[in-house]
Design a protein around this ligand. Structure first.
Ligand SMILES: [Zn+2]
Length: 323
């Protein structure tokens, strides 16, 4: 079976000269399908555990603090993602410290993150309210924050470099709009995957992606999401959030959704790309997942499959790592 011949022609340039490496990588069990890196960068994921230090976030009736739960879930997500080749994880905090919102936002911009993921737990006066929700920036927030970032262009490398390239304020504004709209559609796609993944381990508080003007989501050039994992104000959910097994399950779902997002839409200058795999008779999802170095759930989510059953024919989008 010749895997490179099954690749999407649009991606074939990345595999030029890399066919042997791809074959060798697979034979040696190196994980993701491999091809030549040619100076490509890692995919960067910025993980932002909410609150911290003097800001506990919300507190459950039994005393569980949001800042502790979300840090634990975030570190678990980070550990899962760090184990994936070609992917770099940066954190807004890794300990119980207070980090101002603006600093969290700037981290994503400075790191040129491909995804910024803020992790929280929710609270509501009515104790029976429950479930996960996923948030992206509302357009209104995007506009006002973009204006602010323009006004403070000296604060970010992104604006310095884009302004220098543009050479004019008008072109700079156009670049900003393009960047913001690309980031916004990437955030929407990633948020939908995250909702689908979470729905398999937790009730959804909101079945659709929610929009709000959260400060940490305002980076116009970084696809940014905020996940409210569950309600600490709901005694049952507080109990679940206290359970390390449930936190591990949440982290696995979040990590799977993040990876599925990059299988669907790998950043064009990164070490990740994707290819189309033609399904051969008798192949199984777990077999293909093992071959391409991701969990079956990642391939399933990335390809919109409702079950682990592969269709009898057709193509699967699979990840390729440029090592
Ligand atoms: Zn919070």
């Amino acid at each position: 079976m010749s895997i490179p011949s099954r690749c999407d022609p649009g991606r074939r340039r990345f595999l030029r000269g890399g066919a042997a490496a791809l074959g060798l990588g697979l034979a040696a069990g190196l994980g993701l399908g491999r091809a030549r890196a040619e100076g490509l960068r890692p995919v960067v994921v910025c993980i932002d555990p909410g609150h911290g230090g003097h800001d506990p976030g919300c507190i459950g009736a039994k005393g569980l603090r949001e800042k502790d739960v979300v840090l634990d879930v975030a570190l678990r997500v980070g550990a899962l993602l760090e184990a994936v080749p070609g992917l770099q994880v940066v954190y807004s905090r890794r300990t119980d410290v207070f980090v101002p919102l603006a600093q969290r936002l700037q981290l994503g911009i400075r790191q040129r993150a491909d995804l910024f993921l803020s992790i929280h737990a929710d609270a509501f006066p009515e104790r029976d309210v429950r479930g996960s929700s996923v948030w992206i920036l509302s357009e209104r927030g995007a506009s006002s924050s973009a204006a602010r970032w323009l006004a403070q262009s000296q604060n970010g490398d992104f604006w310095d470099s884009s302004a220098a390239l543009a050479g004019s304020r008008e072109l700079h504004d156009v670049l900003l709009d393009l960047s913001r709209s690309a980031a916004s559609s990437a955030a929407t796609r990633a948020a939908q995957l995250l909702l689908r993944a979470l729905a398999e381990v937790e009730d959804l508080h909101a079945a659709q992606v929610q929009k709000a003007n959260f400060v940490v989501l305002r980076a116009p050039n970084v696809p940014s999401l905020l996940v409210e994992t569950a309600f600490l104000s709901n005694p049952e959910e507080e109990k679940r959030l206290r359970d390390p097994d449930f936190r591990a399950l949440l982290a696995q779902s979040i990590s799977d959704a993040v990876l599925a997002h990059f299988v669907q839409a790998p950043p064009s200058d990164s070490r990740w790309s994707s290819a189309r795999h033609a399904i051969a008779p008798g192949e199984t999802l777990s077999e293909l997942a093992a071959r391409y170095g991701v969990r079956p759930n990642v391939l399933r989510l990335a390809n919109g499959l409702v079950s682990a059953q592969l269709p009898a024919w057709g193509y699967l989008r699979v990840p390729i790592l440029h090592a």
